[in-house]
Design a binder for this molecule. Sequence first.
Ligand code: AMP
Length: 546
Amino acid sequence: MNGLMMDKQLMISSILTFADRNFPDREIVSVTADNPSHRYTYKDCFSRTRQLANALKSLGAEFGDRIGTLAWNDYRHLELYYAISGSGMVCHTINPKLFPEQVAYIVNHAEDRVLFVDLLVWPLIEALQQHFSKVEHFVVLTTEANMPKTQINNVHCYETLLSKESDQFEWPEFDEKTASGMCYTSGTTGNPKGVVYSHRSTLLHAYAGALTDATAPRSVDVVLPVVPMFHVNAWGIPFATIMVGAKLVMPGPKMADGETLQYLMESEKVTFSSGVPTIWMALLNYLQESGKKIPTVKRISTGGAACPLSIIERFKHEYDSMVIQGWGMTETSPLGTIFSLKAGMEDYDTEQVTKLQSMQGRGIFGIEMKIVDEDNNSLPWNGIDSGALKVKGAWVSNSYYGLSATPGDPDCPVDKDGWFDTGDVASIDEHGYLQITDRTKDVIKTGGEWVSSIEIENAAVGHPDVMEAAVIGRYHPKWTERPLLVVVRAPNSEVTSDAILEYMKSSLHKLSVPDGVEFVDELPHTATGKLNKLAIRKMFEDYSFE
Ligand code: AMP
């Protein structure tokens, strides 16, 4: 027997229509390249979003087309999120800070038909444009007065496009499993891989994010997402906050600027903000230097990398703000676990609470997780055993865009029983709190960007005096993690670390050039002859770039 409930599809556009009816006057404040202080209401935003949906049609974009965005956190990017997905197209957010060849690869792999580009990112796209195979239109996110001069055909001004369109648009309803968004991850080896979100996964994720024990944005909140909209939907904030009617404050290109963040937090009375630890470090340093305060900010969510204890303590003791750490990935939309206290912990003292905050949080309904040993046997949740972290859930990837492998195939990140291998190693304590302890994936995350250790090792072994090289990530106070190169010199060589690094600079992006070199007589290997990264990390577990 079936239930007798309506078969209403979960549509991203429904967030917008609900918010339009219920919170029309709520504000959205943005910093943009062409306006340091833009301010309008939800009502204005949704009216322009409908104009944009009409503009997409006028450009010839169709249902299912991938539409790329290279933009910061601001109101135009928000309009793009809703107009593209709401029309049944796929909002493909691209990180403008990636290496240019990665941007070209990603745009081509996704077969983007239109690219919407921030004014500040335009020079990168103009330089790359002949490498794009399928892009038919470029739209610069600015006004006619600020349009860059260009020789390229089919370059449009965003504001002019919108001004020609009606603000009447009927949002279509279609299968909720339809792709709504796309984000490539470099957090795996090989080329970046396309994670594809659906309307269903996005809505369920937004509901989960709004749970009281998750990020819990409320209508009365003023939310400042510092986590970029080009990365995993700014952790779902553009959906969860609009769903509840919170005021949104967006820092545009000034994301890493402590002064701008403090200014926005104080002047707009921000109550809740989200970002990676590197951003919080920049903000704390600015607050210390300037003596300024963030009086209304009560909750700071952090993720993407382990949050140093000092950040948690400084926010708590000096600014009365609670740090809420979560763990997630591009492939998990990203919400996987998040900090909150459980019943029975009401009497915990500050030290006990801080210890829990420095872990990666606990599970939320919708994500199942387990840790397994090398033979895929589940390990107990005792806070001691650690193993590969696997997850399952309605907002977890089942595969990557264009990958023919299906669950169970060796190339697919999902095993035959439907568990996604995160590439993280973790323990889980008896209360369900997660502690990430290591990584099996051979990549290093530095200031929120991934670099491939294999690429760095290849660059190092090109030096004639390097017999073998291994790269591991080690703690860095500013970048969270930076690459450390471990080298076995060629026989009789006395090559110096400076000489090796100088040599590597010619073939590597500066983000990938290691911060340090250590020499060893030999490197440990696994039974199959591969470098044993777990053992090498153990050898240098006390090494840090402090
Ligand atoms: P990305 O897909 O680029 O967002 O990166 C996801 C990866 O970042 C995870 O698989 C972890 O390796 C790492 N990560 C995310 N959150 C945390 C956290 N709170 N602590 C430690 N590592 C994290």
